[in-house]
Design a protein. Sequence first.
Length: 332
Amino acid sequence: MRQLSIALQGDKSPSAYAALSARVERYGFDTLSIYADLGFHPAIVPLTLMARQTSRIRLGPASLNPTLLHPVEIAGQIALLDQVSDGRAYLGLARGAWLETLGLPPDRAIGRLREAIAVIRHLLAGNDEGFRGEFFQLPAGRLLQYPILRPRVPLLIGTWGPRTLQLAGEVADEVKIGGSANPALVPAIRRHLAIGEARAGRPLGAVGIVFGAVSVVDDDATAAREQARREAARYLPVVAPLDPTADLAPDLLTRMAALVTTGAIAEAAALIPDRTLDQFAFAGSPDQIIEQTEALFAAGVSRVEFGTPHGFSPEQGIRLLGERVLPALRQR
């Protein structure tokens, strides 16, 4: 299935979350996500606001992590979102990023993530047996003292890493590669997922692949691509080395990272070649975005998620994506 979704940063006003979510649903997008980035609104709050303004679209955080948030709290938040949305929630989980800045190094993060998934499913299923794991413990008895709408919500794991991709192959419904729009990466993602799928006795292709990245669409394609360059420059030094098909020289990435650190975003952006921009962002006119998205679907991606800022304003970008990009892709 070819699906299209929108992801919003957690920096909006309550009224903006409500208005944007209603607009995204009205255009016919399949999923609406809120980033759970460090320093922004806790994702559950805008998601709950948006659930009350919508009736069809799927909603979820992309992504929570079990180092910063205990699995008991994650289970409780997603259970509430599922109830408020009448069964439209999904749960996005990841190892977590920037945790070392809080004195929380992601020690044995994959094992922690695996066990957190088990704890969350244990709780949502209403299991009254205790749980004693290496990282988390639960007392015997029913811990969650409120009704659970669904004992299992769809699970997305956000990652680039081979070992976490294999874990996703074992237990997830979807995997998201955040910060990429590169079709050439899809075969490598599928190979790692297949290892986990086989390990768990699941059919090959059981896990849907989601690609999402910075998106800037405008009829002024040149201006849109320059804006996308500035946005992508902030994360390119981090994600480009994770993509084995990218061909950016390490010294170029080092220079870019140094410029970003000093606030010289325009100078860092100027170092990004056109081909690289197309690998790590959705950028340009509606026709260019359609072409990029079609290439991902042709490579085997099941969902494409257009990330913030969408355009020169969220409203303008989402309007072009909803009125020009989505209908063209649906027709194809």
